[in-house]
Design a protein around this ligand. Structure first.
Ligand SMILES: Cc1ncc(COP(=O)(O)O)c(C=O)c1O
Length: 387
């Protein structure tokens, strides 16, 4: 057999849109925890919470099984329930609004700003009523401005639960997200900048609030002096395991370096797409975005100018071995919310983002060549006719 006839051109490896970074040291650390006497919540959880607290400048932190759980617990700790309103952006992951409904409160959606893709704080101010208890903004792209949030809180007398699920490692006003503000919730899902597989954390103001979070995440149980237990609130079950916490501890050590790698790759995306007449600068994320930890690189597809749908664009990249994501649909247009009276046309920016957005691959172990490969495939796709 002739070598030349069998030499297939190797196709490049599949590039997912997100990939957790788990090295041998992390696997060994987790294995050690698995062999230890504690695998549920124990010393690793305590150590991880201490390390996270250090990372966010010393405020108390409690870990939970997800950011969704963290936000549910945050609203419970604030006593949000029936008759209360919570103002939140119409463009985020569904969890942001679901937790409000699950608390029994009313979700009040407002639009987002096209440049930052974050909540429009003027629209939020206009939506405040005497029933508004909480503002629940999302660090979607550019980190939320801590001064603007503090001013909002002081002016409207509301509490603020920051959905920072996408923002671990981001900095705002020169300090880590979580170092300032009221209650701040992070996610450690595998698509985030660091992972505990599933997991989340809530940063709170003081030890009294931290104790309330501890109760709400574990059945509402508190210990009596005689060693027996009491239940003071019907809490849930949201405590992280030591196995997850050990992974989180090892991940946290790498977080800042990974964020630097993400920022470098994002810069390369901008350079590669520079000057494209279809994927124009206003369709890319905000570029001057200091402190952003670049969990995602999302673009708005020019669907009116190209001969394909978003689905066809995503399939075209998939055929080239490139995964993409959809982050996120406009929440108020999902059936649950339509049934509650929300409808098309109420939040034009959120709806446009929901219609056009697509998430390109971005994770720290990607190379510049990977970015170039994605950009070439994206440019080709928007210029092609669907198969
Ligand atoms: C903005 C936002 N909020 C909340 C969540 C929920 O995070 P978790 O999966 O940790 O509950 C996500 C997850 O992707 C998210 O993107």
């Amino acid at each position: 057999m002739n070598d030349h006839s069998t030499a297939a051109v190797a196709s490049p490896p599949y590039l997912p849109f997100a990939r957790p970074q788990i090295d041998d040291g992390m696997v060994a650390a987790v294995a050690e925890t698995l062999r230890s006497p504690w695998i549920a919540s124990g010393p690793q959880v305590a150590a991880f919470e201490k390390a996270l607290s250090g990372y966010v400048g010393g405020r108390p932190v409690r870990t939970l099984t997800s950011a969704t759980g963290a936000m549910e617990v945050a609203l419970a700790v604030l006593g949000v329930g029936a008759g209360d309103e919570v103002v939140t952006p119409a463009q985020s992951f569904f969890a942001t609004a679901n937790v409000i409904e699950r608390a029994g409160a009313r979700t009040v959606f407002v639009d987002v700003d096209l440049a930052t893709r974050n909540i429009d704080l003027d629209a939020a101010a206009a939506a405040v009523t005497p029933r508004t208890r909480v503002l629940l903004p999302v660090h979607f792209n550019a980190p939320l401005d801590p001064d603007a949030l503090a001013a909002f809180r002081a002016r409207h007398g509301v509490r603020i639960v920051e959905d920072a699920a996408l923002a671990i490692g981001s900095r705002a006003g020169g300090r880590p997200v979580g170092a300032t503000g009221d209650l701040v919730s992070f996610s450690f899902h595998p698509n985030k900048n660091m992972t505990t597989i599933e997991g989340g954390a809530l940063v709170v103001n003081d030890e009294t609030e931290a104790a309330a979070v501890s109760r709400h995440r574990f059945h509402g149980i508190s210990r009596l002096p005689d060693g027996t237990r009491d239940v003071v609130v019907a809490g849930g079950k949201f405590n992280l395991s030591d196995v997850s916490a050990r992974l989180g501890l090892a991940q946290l050590e790498k977080l800042d370096a990974w964020c630097v790698a993400r920022a470098r790759l994002a810069t390369h995306y901008f350079a590669c797409l520079e000057g494209d007449d279809l994927l124009t600068a206003d369709r890319l994320p905000p570029r001057a975005n200091p402190g952003h930890s670049w969990n995602m690189f999302t673009v708005l597809l020019p669907l009116d100018e190209i001969a394909m749908t978003r689905r066809q664009f995503m399939e075209a990249l998939q055929r080239e071995g490139i995964g993409t994501g959809l982050s996120y649909e406009a929440i108020h247009l999902a059936s649950f919310w339509r049934a509650r009276g929300w409808s098309e046309g109420q939040f034009p920016v959120a709806e446009r983002i929901g219609r056009e957005t697509v998430t390109l691959p971005l994770f720290p172990s990607m190379t510049s060549a990977d970015v170039e490969r994605v950009c070439e495939a994206a440019r080709r796709a928007v210029r092609s006719r669907p198969a």
